[in-house]
Write a protein that binds this ligand. Structure first.
Ligand code: 0O2
Ligand code: 0O2
Length: 208
């Protein structure tokens, strides 16, 4: 298998979607509206992780295109939980992609404490003269959910997936604390957005 040939379309899909979603934020800022998108990151799954997952799920290499949905991964970070649903709505309305699956780990958090909303989309890329539809996983989460997931991911890496019970319990409590933080922030959302609008206008005036 030539991994370069296989992964190149995924690389292109990640770059295109990053630009498009960052564009949504820019447009909101220009219109002086609250952007449901705070920032966007993306990555193509490393070859070693693809092979690991293939083994773990007992797949053959021919199946990976359909069975591994996160070879191309986009992450959208939001300030507020409501923004997550605004981003999902925005994705549902887009004509350049098709939602094929939604996984709600916000109302159904994972046993680890993980929260995020995952949307799997089918996205067309032009490769040479042909068009190829690829699966891309878009993870949408708040800054607090992202903070937790980033820390938990490093601990999982450190302990090779076997986090000691004591730390696991603390992480579950931290996940709840992060969720309460999101709830608290939602309660003063209006106040925060007003302050951010004033700040943005001031920044814009400096530029013109
Ligand atoms: P800018 O100018 O900072 O807005 P790239 O391909 O370089 O555009 P890439 O490789 O996806 O972006 O970068 P990465 O490391 O995946 O994502 C990091 C991006 O997220 C950077 O923006 C960071 O500035 C931004 N970022 C990280 N944490 C935060 C945060 O807490 N708040 C905000 N607002 N942004 C954050 P860029 O893309 O380099 O552009
Ligand atoms: P990466 O690139 O290291 O993040 P699975 O079969 O469980 O591997 P599935 O069902 O295909 O996954 O998809 P799922 O569970 O919707 O999404 C898996 C991805 O969600 C993971 O990717 C993580 O990015 C994130 N995720 C899911 N659960 C957790 C968790 O408990 N903690 C953290 N930090 N992230 C989680 P990978 O494969 O780990 O790749």
């Amino acid at each position: 298998m030539d991994w370069n040939v296989f992964l190149n379309p995924y690389k292109q899909a990640v770059e295109e979607l990053k630009i498009k979603l960052k564009g949504v934020r820019e447009q909101c800022l220009i219109e002086n509206k609250h952007s449901p998108i705070e920032f966007v990151t993306g990555r193509v799954k490393p070859i070693a992780s693809i092979i690991d997952k293939t083994k773990r799920k007992n797949l053959s290499l021919e199946d990976i295109e359909t069975e591994i949905q996160d070879i191309a991964g986009i992450r959208v970070m939001c300030q507020f939980v409501d923004d997550i649903y605004a981003v999902i709505h925005l994705l549902e309305k887009r004509k350049d992609l098709k939602i094929v699956e939604e996984r709600d780990y916000i109302t159904h958090k994972k046993p680890s404490g993980y929260r995020s909303f995952h949307v799997v989309v089918s996205y067309p890329v032009q490769i040479g003269e042909t068009e190829k539809n690829l699966l891309v996983e878009i993870q949408i989460r708040t800054l607090a959910m992202n903070f937790w997931a980033t820390i938990e991911h490093s601990l999982n890496y450190k302990y090779s997936g076997a986090i000691p019970k004591k730390i696991e319990n603390r992480l579950q409590r931290a996940a709840e604390a992060a969720f309460r933080l999101d709830e608290e922030m939602s309660l003063i959302k209006g106040e925060i957005q007003e302050a951010q609008k004033i700040f943005e206008q001031k920044e814009q005036r400096k530029l013109t």
